[in-house]
Design a protein. Structure first.
Length: 318
């Protein structure tokens, strides 16, 4: 493939204290401190490079600030899934790992795979994201403590119960913060009302979709299903036809969407009828539920795209 010599692909390996940068095909490497001064210096140097694409890994939030600063000055930056980069490195036979090697692999990933640049979340969206993730963490802790309570010794039960009560109160507080944040944005408020107009979609599922799936309404049904990880993937080779499976995607979206789908199978006439048809066709229970998840997500995607509330009659055509 012909390569434009003026093109430059940048990989940035982000850690708490340092930003390691690799530029290909120029084979340039340097490090900057991950503080205000270091990030400002990095942005200035990259503006001089005028890169075709910059790739960073999602590293637990450390990448958010520098990604936002790069995007703010118009540089094409993409934050990618670390697993995809690790698989790419293995495929290239690059098993050694240092900060410089990681930066070069990210630059090579940018040059080879050219992931699509999408708008980054603004500050308000990042706050919503952080609150939703914190809610999920608290709920996970609450579940673990409740499981421990069932087989705990009498001496520790009082402490466990007190902690469970505190966690339940904290979930309510975070729910209040999330609701207040949604209310500050007319766009979010309108989308939240649209999503909850679908029977089965409650406040938690709506928040999950708003905070964890900002692409909802912007992609076609196949892409949005693949992004969530509920699109069937082929497993064929020659004359062998393997079972279709789902894999990857947004793990923070699937659990609330799954629970919403179970509710929709009971109370949403469109999803209920669709599930009944799948069962009558002999589909296995899990296959039927995932297909219903995909159906529900497809309809929600169309609703947000057209800003149209749920309608049982029109939803059947989605």
């Amino acid at each position: 493939m012909h390569m434009n010599l003026k093109e430059a692909f940048v990989g940035i390996d982000v850690s708490k204290a340092q930003l390691d940068v690799g530029v290909l095909p120029q084979e340039k490497f340097w490090s900057s401190a991950n503080d205000d001064a270091g990030r400002a210096e990095l942005v200035a140097r990259l503006r001089e490079v005028a890169p075709t694409l910059i790739v960073l890994e999602a590293t637990g939030g450390y990448e958010a600030v520098i990604a936002a600063q790069l995007a703010a000055v118009g540089l094409p930056v993409v934050v990618v899934n670390p697993r995809q980069v690790r698989d790419f490195a293995k495929a290239c036979g690059r098993l050694a790992k240092t900060d410089r090697i990681d930066a070069r692999i990210l630059a090579l990933y940018a040059k080879t795979m050219r992931p699509e640049v999408r708008p980054l979340k603004d500050e308000q969206s990042r706050e919503l994201d952080a609150l939703f993730i914190r809610r999920r963490q608290i709920v996970d802790m609450l579940t673990m403590e409740k499981n421990r309570l069932g087989m705990a010794a009498k001496r520790v039960r009082k402490g466990l119960q007190a902690h469970i009560t505190w966690l339940e109160k904290r979930v309510d507080e975070v729910d209040g913060e999330l609701k207040a944040l949604i209310e500050t944005s007319p766009v979010w408020r309108a989308k939240d009302e649209l999503l909850q107009s679908a029977k089965g979609i409650g406040p938690v599922a709506s928040l999950a979709l708003l905070s964890q799936l900002p692409e909802l309404g912007q992609l076609d049904r196949k892409k949005i299903s693949a992004l969530v990880g509920i699109a069937p993937l082929n497993n064929d080779s020659g004359t062998f036809k393997g079972r279709r499976t789902t894999w990857g995607g947004r793990s923070t979206v699937r659990p609330p969407l799954y629970m919403a789908t179970l509710a929709a199978i009971r109370c949403n006439p469109v999803i209920k009828a669709f599930h009944a048809r799948l069962k009558a066709a002999g589909k296995k229970p899990k296959v039927a539920i995932v297909a219903c998840m995909r159906k529900l997500l497809t309809i929600l995607n169309a609703m947000i795209k057209t800003m149209t509330p749920w309608c049982d009659k029109s939803a059947i055509q989605a």
